[in-house]
Structures are given as structure tokens and as C-alpha cells.
Design a protein around this ligand. Structure first.
Ligand code: ATP
Ligand code: MG
Length: 553
């Protein structure tokens, strides 16, 4: 977008005026995840906003890990985040950035603030610090260590860094204003002692910077012009600006906040998602029921539909809860346009066609997609025995044609892209359940209208019994049975839907699906959209979504 175009959100308005005034010549943004969990759909929105703005303004967006707290971070998360951002379709011109690469620079800026009499080593413990901090309605009280000489603070900081002081004994605090109405400005902590190895810096550091001391400075090092974060950081902005004003930074970034994306019937908090994983309520971070990018991918949701959904949402100054149905609209729309058609019988019932040769096979074809020639054709072998879905058959011949457009004893139905058949009799097993339908084909009806006097009730899907692929299908329902699982009393875990996963074994798919691969999308006709599961060695399909919206039920 050039700045003469109409901006559609407040950040674009800011950027346009920054470009117009000459304050900014190149837009630089960043997506700054902390590697303490996998990315979720909320992060996707932030990714789309940050990378999207860089794209629109011919700028740059950095992927930067805010890896300042080794306690909760892990290389596994770093790798997963990189994979997810790439998969979403975004690229970064610069190398991946890490806050930990700036630890030396941050440390020297901390020393600088001490020498400026704007930071000091404090020996209040956590509890005392809380007491001294005051409340929303009451100002804080100065720490007794506030006027400690700079030389002493510098020496103590060095000792903290070298691991000579026990955890919890001291902190480095900015000297701002204990009476400020904004609690964030009441001498916030800049460094804490943590005698813990870091996944990238090893055991070099025994102190780690706080988010507030790190984030704006990281932005400044990278020349970030518009540091976009979510609303919960609005109260931290004055502190962000204080560091920018009081440090000799190479650039002067500014922070802007927009509303978080929340989806109903799920949770978008890494902490809660981690709890679901750790307590084994789901298979892992990429469980197809999870709102993580990796879960959505494994579920069969395309990157395009995630981007389209995120881009359809307002970049607003209020938090909002978006209806899952809105997301599903984009998922379904994309799959309807791009998923190959196929047939898979989830509850197979054998049909033996008595007037079709036991050794005979015909190869029928069907389009890969009704209006996408580029998706080619499928081969459908037709044989003496086929499977149809048990739900597509009834012995009740009084069922009206309108109500039951499927196979009924004594009546006709068309098998998709194949013959019209009739059901003549049923066979039962010892328990009385129907085990087989004995039927017959109506000759010369493939690709032809029904002959005079024969009116098939409808068209149903089928597969050849001898030439089909055995598979398992996993059907998913919403993970929580309450729209706002983390609102109200009790734990969000109380609202886990115990029936969110249904495994259907013994399904029969058309033979071409025997070689289906993860990452492919299929519409199983009359059933829904499916994708091969990336974590299974056998043929397992995850149901991405049904054909129609049934969330309103
Ligand atoms: P969580 O609360 O899930 O742990 P977080 O904000 O702590 O998320 P970060 O790794 O710090 O996770 O987030 C990286 C970026 O993504 C931040 O800029 C953050 O503001 C943004 N972000 C996180 N959650 C959302 C969300 N639900 N909607 C939009 N942006 C989000
Ligand atoms: Mg965060």
C-alpha cells in the first residue's frame, strides 16, 4: 500500500502520517514471541499484522525471539515457532533475531543508567518490594537502597552477573517515581538474578533482563519504527518511553497496542495451552483440537484460510471474542475451492451385485474437483462387491423419497460416477444386524440418465470392496463445551468436552487415497473435509471440518 491509499486501521493511519512528516522512511516491524510455548491463532493475527504492514509498506519485519527468561523457554519452542511462521507464508529478510544476542548491549545500558543516577541495586526481597510499591490508590514508598552510590551499584551488578550473589537477594531497579499513578513507573525491576543456563547463552549469565527493560531496547537496536503489541501492554508504554528517552539508543521506536484476538470455545493463552499438554488432556501442542498453528495445520486448516481470517478482523483498540463460526467460514470456503474430491465410506456395509461378474472390473473416472480441471481425474474401480455407508441404507420402504434420498430395499439409488443399483435383499449376522445387501446394477447407466420407469432416490458414495484403502478417521468436536471456558468461577479444565475426539476404525476409502500424504486436503463427498494425519504411520484422516456449519445447534 502506498500512503496515498485509504488506511483501514489506526496503525496504518499512524504509519501514513509518519511517512508524510518524514519521521519514518522505511517501516520496520517485528513479531516478538517468547519461546515458552507454541504459537496459537492469536499469534497468527499478530504475525499477519506485523508482516502484513511490512509487506504493504515495502518495509521489513523481523522475527525476533524475546528469549529473556530461560526458566520457561526451550529450543523446541524456538524451532516450532520458526516452522509455524514460515508455514503461514511469511519470510524475513534479516536473520532470525534473538533478544539474547543483545544481552551485552543491554547490560552496558544498565550500567549507563546507574552512572546517570537513574538505576540502583535494591536489596528488598519480593515481599518487601510489593509492600513498598503501594497500590492503585496509594503511592509507593522509596526503597532504602534508592540513594546508594552509583559505584556501589555498579560493583554489585557485576557481582550479580558473575553469580556471586544468591537468587532473590538483589535486583537492579530503574529510579523513576514511587509516587507515580502508573505502578509500572514505581522503580520497576530491570534485572533479576537467575542462576540458570539459557538455551542460547549457556551459563554466561546469572542475571536476566525484565521484559520492560529488554523489549524497547531490542526494538531500538533493530531500528523498529512501529512496535506493535497487544492492549495489556498499554500501561507499560510510559515505561517503554522512559527507557527510550533516557538511554543513548540508536533509534527511537514507538509502541502501539491493538486488541488481542480471542476465539470462543477455546483458550488462547500459552500458559493454559501448556497445561492442556502437560496434563495430557490433549496429545500434544499439535493435537488437531488445539488452537495452535501446528494443531490447525495437522487438522487440515490451510495457511491461506488462517491469513484470510486474520486479515478480515479489525485491528482495533479493544479486545474482542470472535465467533468460531467466523473462522470456520474461511476454512470451509478455502477447502471448498481447493480440496480434491474423494469418496470414503465411514461405516461400510457390503453390497453384492448379483448381476455383475465376480471377476469383472471397470475403471470409471470422476473429476478431482467439479470446477477445477487442474486437479485432474480420479480412477474408480467398480467391482462385484462394493461398500456403501450403513446410514445410506434402510429396510423401511415406506420412507418418503423426499425424506430419504438413499438406498431402500426394493428401490434404486445412483452410486456416484457409476451405476444405478437396486437393493433386493439383506443378509443378517447372528445378532440380527444387517451384514450385507444383495442387489443388482441397472446396466448402461454409467454417465447415462436413468431408463424409463426407474427413478433413483438420490446419489450416494461408495467404494469397491476389493480395491479400496483401509483407513481410520478421526472426528473432532470443539475442545470445550462452554463458549468462554476461562471466564467465571472454577478452572477452564472443568469445561473440557469429553467427546471432542471420536475415532472411527475400519473405514474404506477410494483406492487412490492409499497414497495420500499429510498436507493434502480432501473433501470426502457427503461427509466433510479431511487430511491425512502427519503423525500416523498408518492411513489416518483427520476431519478438518464438516461440510456445513453446525455450530448453531
Ligand atoms: P500468551 O498470553 O498466549 O502467552 P503472549 O502475549 O505472552 O501470549 P508472546 O510470545 O509474548 O505471547 O506474544 C508474541 C506477540 O504476539 C506479542 O506481540 C503479543 O502481543 C502477540 N499476541 C499474543 N497473543 C495474542 C492474541 N491473542 N491476539 C493478538 N496478538 C497476540
Ligand atoms: Mg507475552
Amino acid at each position: 500500500m502506498t500512503h496515498s491509499q485509504k488506511p483501514n486501521n489506526f496503525i496504518q493511519q499512524v504509519i501514513n502520517s509518519d511517512i508524510e512528516s518524514g519521521d519514518v522512511s522505511q517501516v520496520i516491524t517485528r513479531f516478538p514471541p517468547e519461546p515458552n510455548g507454541y504459537l496459537h491463532i492469536g499469534h497468527a493475527k499478530s504475525i499477519c499484522v506485523n508482516f502484513g504492514l511490512a509487506e504493504q509498506y515495502d518495509g521489513v519485519c523481523n522475527l525476533r525471539f524475546d528469549d529473556t527468561n530461560p526458566e520457561k523457554e526451550d529450543q523446541e519452542y524456538v524451532d516450532a515457532i520458526i516452522e509455524d511462521v514460515r508455514w503461514l507464508g511469511f519470510n524475513w529478510q534479516n536473520d532470525v533475531c534473538y533478544a539474547s544476542d543483545y544481552f551485552d548491549q543491554l547490560y552496558s545500558w544498565a550500567q549507563f543508567l546507574i552512572t546517570q543516577n537513574k538505576a540502583y541495586i535494591c536489596e528488598l526481597n519480593a515481599e518487601q518490594m510489593r509492600e513498598y510499591r503501594g497500590t492503585l490508590t496509594q503511592g509507593g514508598v522509596n526503597s532504602p537502597f534508592r540513594e546508594r552510590p552509583a559505584a556501589e551499584s555498579l560493583a554489585l551488578l557485576e557481582q550479580m552477573k558473575n553469580g556471586e550473589i544468591d537468587e532473590g537477594r538483589m535486583t537492579l531497579r530503574a529510579k523513576i517515581d514511587m509516587a507515580s499513578a502508573n505502578i509500572n513507573l514505581r522503580d520497576p525491576v530491570m534485572y533479576r538474578i537467575k542462576k540458570m543456563a539459557h538455551q542460547r547463552t549457556g551459563d554466561r549469565w546469572n542475571i536476566y533482563p525484565s521484559y520492560d527493560f529488554a523489549h524497547g531496547q531490542e526494538d531500538a537496536i533493530e531500528g523498529v519504527t512501529h512496535s506493535i503489541c497487544t492492549l495489556e501492554f498499554a500501561a507499560n508504554r510510559p515505561l517503554y518511553e522512559w527507557f527510550v528517552a533516557n538511554l543513548p539508543l540508536p533509534s527511537k521506536p514507538r509502541q502501539y497496542e491493538f486488541g488481542r484476538l480471542n476465539l470462543n470455545y477455546t483458550v488462547t493463552s500459552k500458559r493454559k495451552l501448556k497445561q492442556l499438554v502437560d496434563e495430557k488432556h490433549v496429545e500434544g501442542w499439535d493435537d488437531p483440537r488445539m488452537p495452535t498453528i501446528s494443531g490447525l495445520r495437522r487438522r487440515g486448516v490451510s495457511a491461506q484460510s488462517i491469513r484470510d481470517f486474520c486479515n478480515s478482523l479489525a485491528v482495533a483498540k479493544t479486545d474482542g471474542v470472535v465467533d468460531m463460526a467466523q473462522f470456520e467460514h474461511f476454512i470451509r470456503d478455502d477447502l471448498n475451492n481447493n480440496a480434491r474430491r474423494a469418496m470414503c465410506v465411514l461405516d461400510p456395509l457390503l453390497v453384492t451385485l448379483t448381476n455383475y461378474g465376480a471377476d469383472k472390473t471397470e475403471q470409471f473416472t470422476a473429476p478431482g474437483h467439479p470446477n477445477r480441471d487442474d486437479l485432474g481425474e480420479r480412477r474408480l474401480p467398480f467391482t462385484h462387491q462394493v461398500y456403501i455407508d450403513r446410514n445410506d441404507f434402510s429396510e423401511d420402504s415406506s420412507l418418503s423419497r423426499k425424506k430419504f434420498k438413499r438406498l431402500v430395499i426394493g428401490d434404486y439409488v445412483r452410486l456416484r460416477s457409476a451405476y444405478i443399483i437396486r437393493a433386493d435383499q439383506v443378509k443378517r449376522d447372528a445378532s440380527g444386524e444387517i451384514s450385507e445387501i444383495i442387489g443388482s446394477i441397472v446396466p448402461d447407466t454409467v454417465g447415462q440418465d436413468a431408463p424409463e420407469g426407474i427413478r433413483p432416490r438420490g446419489v450416494i458414495h461408495w467404494v469397491s470392496a476389493s480395491s479400496s484403502a483401509d483407513c481410520t478417521v478421526k472426528m473432532y468436536d470443539r475442545l470445550f463445551n462452554k463458549a468462554a471456558p476461562d471466564a467465571g468461577e472454577g478452572s477452564f479444565l472443568d469445561h473440557i468436552n469429553p467427546e471432542s475426539l471420536r475415532i472411527i476404525k475400519g473405514c474404506k476409502a477410494e483406492i487412490g487415497l492409499a497414497s495420500a500424504c499429510a498436507g493434502e486436503h480432501y473433501q470426502f463427498e457427503r461427509e466433510g473435509y479431511f487430511t491425512p494425519d502427519s503423525k500416523s504411520s498408518e492411513l489416518v484422516f483427520n476431519c478438518t471440518i464438516g461440510l456445513r456449519d453446525n455450530w448453531n445447534s
